[in-house]
Design a protein around this ligand. Structure first.
Ligand code: PMP
Length: 362
């Protein structure tokens, strides 16, 4: 009868008479891909707009959105690369032990290729990650977060023990395996060079194994010798240089995927020009800001990298470019920094005088 016509009146009206803006269908360049592993790499580089304004960043700030990888993280690139290498030397039905927190890419590749996959990971890692890994068919072994890297009960120690116990098993060791930085040297860095119309003046990435920052920095420095490389290390971790930067009262930090109590072999600290120590507060508030103001559904360590970038990129002028790596997706942390309760319990929501002094909105 007399229903308001708003929701139906354009039906049957041709597009040129419709009140709505009509767009042509989006063209997808890819045809059918042989399997999902083909959707690893070629991630988008997205301009940051609102956050740049808030922090007075004049240069162009771009986010390399690694959560667009098939498994949702920068680590997918390494898994793919290592499987590619391992394929040539191992029987297809191998056992795979992995001693790195973000094993989703590896479990994904193992699922597609039909390998058995065991992930050894510290208790600290989120339930979301564990559930995704289980869904991908990985077997999970949890280890105490407090165990130091060389303790037999640490994730590395347990992975090594299992490796000895399980016949035909193989550890894909991200801390020492050169395919880790090479995946970024050949892949991530080349993509950034192709995506930017002109030189890159600064690149910012968090350091866990250090594979991302080392591979990126080497290739980008070859291409743009004046580029400034900023590595991000959470307060409580020991990766930064000079050593004094690492002095704090605590060795605990909530952010996942970055920071260590030892310097991994693949981390080449010589290619880093500046280390930035991030706090959990700026990490998670910035991660929430990236979602709220830029629509980028990224995880916690993305917040650390962006918090560093907005401070360091203040030295750059209009027309210069800074690229920030956003390593993974909020999907892995739905019960963590997305939750106001989780944030409040850790006193991460209140503003501090330190924040005001440092020209940070928290
Ligand atoms: N962020 C997250 C969420 C990660 O899982 C990792 C990998 N540990 C990193 C950042 C750091 O990457 P990389 O190991 O290459 O230093």
């Amino acid at each position: 009868p007399n229903l308001p016509s708003r929701c139906t009146w354009h039906l049957g009206v041709s597009a040129d008479k419709s009140p709505h803006v009509h767009l042509p269908p989006r063209k997808r360049p890819e045809k059918v891909v042989p399997n999902i592993l083909n959707m690893i790499g070629n991630t988008p580089l997205v301009k940051i707009n609102n956050i740049s304004k808030t922090f007075g960043v004049k240069c162009e700030l771009y986010a390399k959105c690694e959560f667009f990888n098939a498994g949702g993280s920068v680590k997918d690139r390494i898994a793919l690369r290592e499987f590619f290498n391992a394929d040539t030397v191992l029987e297809p039905c191998m056992y795979c032990l992995y001693c790195i927190p973000a094993g989703i890419g590896l479990a994904l590749a193992a699922a597609v290729k039909g390998y058995r996959c065991i992930i050894v990971m510290p208790e600290k890692m989120s339930m979301e990650k564990v559930n995704i890994l289980r869904a991908l068919g990985a077997e999970i072994v949890r280890t105490p977060t407090s165990a130091s890297f060389d303790a037999p009960e640490s994730h590395i120690g347990v992975a090594q023990r299992l490796n000895q116990e399980i016949p035909n098993s193989h550890i894909l060791d991200q801390y020492r395996n050169p395919s880790n930085p090479i995946a970024h040297y050949d892949g991530t860095a080349e993509e950034i060079i192709a995506q930017c119309d002109g030189p890159v003046d600064m690149v910012v990435a968090g350091a866990g194994t250090g594979g991302t920052i080392s591979g990126l920095a080497r290739k980008l420095k070859e291409k743009y010798p004046n580029i400034k490389v900023v590595a991000v290390d959470p307060e409580g971790s020991d990766l930064a240089e000079p050593e004094e930067l690492n002095k704090t009262d605590t060795n605990f930090y909530e952010v996942e995927g970055i920071g260590y109590d030892f310097v991994p072999t693949v981390l080449d600290r010589q290619v880093v020009d500046k280390w930035y120590k991030s706090t959990d507060r700026e990490t998670f508030l910035m991660a929430r800001k990236l979602i709220r103001e830029e629509g980028l559904l990224c995880g916690g360590s993305s917040g650390s990298a962006m918090a560093a970038a907005v401070q360091c990129a203040k030295d750059l002028k209009e027309g210069q470019r800074c690229v920030v790596i956003l390593p993974d997706s909020i999907r892995n942390y739905m019960s963590k920094h997305l939750s106001d309760d989780w944030m409040s319990e850790r006193n991460l929501l209140e503003k501090t005088s330190e924040g005001a002094e440092m020209n940070k909105p928290w």
